[in-house]
Design a protein around this ligand. Structure first.
Ligand code: ATP
Ligand code: MG
Length: 407
């Protein structure tokens, strides 16, 4: 490194350190992992949950609880805090109490659920090789020996149900298999239609009690943001209107506190990076673009290869003609499959994948009549082309298509 670039880097670090003192007092409280001890506007939910769980403090078994509400409404934060408090109280009363928290996005098979449960009560099971029934019996016997109440929190329970209906069935019925211990299940989801899709037998036992987390209003989000901002920023850093704007955007996004907090964090980071002295509404607007861009890219990047190939076909088709139909997409798709040696799906299946892209809000697919040739769909990309291209170019299998003349 020469002297000049070394001093440039020093400059950047100096500016960063100066900015740190001028904008943030405590940036940690804006991090996505930080949860404050006090959660404004959720007292009623704390109470509802605590009342249902309270029998645990007299050695009883609380009902199973089903918690639902849109994303970012505090379901996970409230549940974890109530359980931590309950554990504290149970311990001080020398009551046997255990709880497991699992996020079913990761713990999504019956084996994973049971090995985590075993792990949480301190029994070792090999991760593979044992039959499910054997692990189940091991857990059941060990739990019974502990003569305890066990609360199992299944967060994002819809993910588990989708992959393994059986594990939910087994868990909600487990009490009839236990003699000395009891188990209570708390299922949490942000999929508001999930309950309707549940097998009626599971639904009735999982939702013995229900708690609904309603979306936050703009005023409530305002309070949530103000609480964090008071700790996070030096005085006078936030321009008038910044908090209101972050709250308004969160309120539009189904009352999502996470979205509002993200906006405030990203906006202030943009101000800091720019060495600006205050955070303004302009920073918030820019932050909004950054966040939206990131979520689109995240969704597109995680699509399976076949869906990406269909997306690429739509992308290429749209570059050539104002209006493209399912037939056009299938034609380009079939060329792509040949060029990159991908198994070609039937036209019908490609139609299904187009519908999936429609459901994800990536394309619109409108039915049009083609007279005596039957019906087709007019397809239109609804996300920025630049981002679609960026994601496809990052896929090593599909990126080469852009350089091929044959397509
Ligand atoms: N009342 C509140 N006061 C302060 N912060 C809150 C409040 N509610 C939620 N938050 C914050 O918003 C973020 C999202 O909350 P949480 O993870 O509990 O939402 P969720 O309902 O579980 O969402 P999802 O359905 O996406 O899992 C967290 O960072 C949390 O700290
Ligand atoms: Mg959650």
């Amino acid at each position: 490194m020469d002297e000049k670039s070394s001093s440039t880097i020093d400059d950047i670090f100096d500016r960063y350190l100066d900015a740190e003192t001028s904008i943030f007092k405590n940036r940690e409280v804006l991090s996505p992992h930080y949860v404050p001890d006090i959660l404004p506007h959720r007292d009623d939910k704390f109470e509802e949950l605590a009342k249902i769980l309270a029998p645990a403090l007299r050695g009883g078994a609380p009902s199973n609880i089903f918690i639902y509400g849109t994303t970012g409404t505090g379901k996970t934060a409230v549940t974890k805090q109530v359980l931590a408090k309950l554990k504290e109280r149970a311990e001080s009363r020398k009551l046997a109490f255990k709880y497991s928290y699992m996020n079913c996005q990761h713990v999504d098979t019956k084996y994973r659920v049971l090995t985590q449960l075993c792990d949480d009560i301190g029994i070792d099971v090999p991760f593979t090789g044992l039959h499910f029934d054997v692990i189940y019996q091991k857990f059941r016997d060990a739990l019974d020996d502990l003569d305890t109440l066990h609360v199992t929190v299944l967060d994002e329970v819809d993910m588990l149900y989708r992959k393994s209906t059986e594990s939910l069935y087994v868990l909600t019925r487990m009490n009839s298999d236990l003699k000395d211990s009891k188990i209570s299940i708390i299922g949490i989801t942000n999929d508001v239609n999930f309950k309707e899709t549940l097998d009626p037998r599971i639904r009735s036992s999982l939702s013995e009690e229900e708690i609904v987390f309603s979306p936050y209003t703009a005023e409530q989000l305002n309070d949530i943001l103000t609480q964090r901002a008071n700790v996070a920023f030096q005085k006078g850093i936030l321009e008038f209107g910044v908090i209101n704007l972050c709250a308004a955007v969160g309120a539009q996004q189904h009352g999502d506190a996470r979205r509002s907090l993200d906006l405030l964090r990203v906006a202030s980071e943009l101000a800091e990076r720019n060495s600006d002295e205050t955070v303004t509404e302009i920073h918030v607007r820019k932050a909004q673009q950054v966040i939206e861009r990131n979520t689109v890219i995240e969704v597109l990047s995680s699509l399976p290869i076949q869906t990406k190939a269909v997306l690429q076909s739509i992308f290429i088709g749209e570059g050539r003609s104002e209006e493209i139909t399912t037939g056009d997409v299938c034609e380009i798709y079939s060329k792509i499959c040949k060029l990159v040696k991908l198994d070609k799906l039937t036209d019908r299946r490609v139609g299904d994948l187009i519908n999936e892209l429609d459901m994800l809000g990536i394309v619109t697919a409108q039915v049009i009549s083609k007279g005596r040739y039957g019906r087709s769909k007019r397809i239109h990309l609804t996300v920025p082309h630049k981002q679609v291209r960026e994601v496809l170019e990052n896929d090593f299998r599909l990126s080469k298509i852009f350089d091929m003349d044959e397509i």
